[in-house]
Ligand binder design. Structure first.
Ligand code: FES
Length: 135
């Protein structure tokens, strides 16, 4: 009876060790890279698009030559989502008036920091889609 109990306890302990170790070895979506996509026709030069990458707001901006760059769109003041203002060419925070230039540099308002650049790669596909992958 005691032997069967100890054997069962040993099996449970082995599972408690093996399951997390097995999860570590198996590639997870997070390790394979996080990605989202957009249609390149929806982002002309000089424009911006607000996307979500793994639930986080990502502002993708297109430069004058059509090159892309991305900033995390979470305001460093209290976390509101910033928006692109095409008429001023600035990024604005609707909550308390934070203003940033098109590169995310703080211009005015209560935010203590610039917007955080996003380490992403853009891959253009033949279909016109652009895949945004986080490094
Ligand atoms: S949350 Fe953006 S200025 Fe306050």
């Amino acid at each position: 009876m005691l032997g069967a109990f100890l054997a069962g306890l040993g099996a449970v302990l082995a599972c408690l060790v093996a399951i997390p170790f097995g999860s570590y070895l198996r590639p997870s979506p997070r390790r394979e890279g996080r990605r989202t996509r957009f249609d390149s026709a929806a982002l002309p030069p000089g424009g911006a698009l607000l996307l979500r990458l793994e639930g986080r707001p990502l502002l993708v901006l297109s430069g004058p030559s059509g090159e892309y760059r991305a900033l995390w769109a979470r305001c460093p003041h209290l976390g509101c989502t910033v928006v692109w203002d095409p008429s001023s060419g600035r990024i604005l925070c609707p909550c308390h008036g934070g203003r940033f230039d098109a590169r995310g540099k703080l211009l005015a308002g209560p935010p203590p920091l610039d917007l955080a650049p996003a380490a992403v790669r853009f891959t253009r596909q033949e279909s016109g889609a652009v895949v945004v992958s986080e490094f």
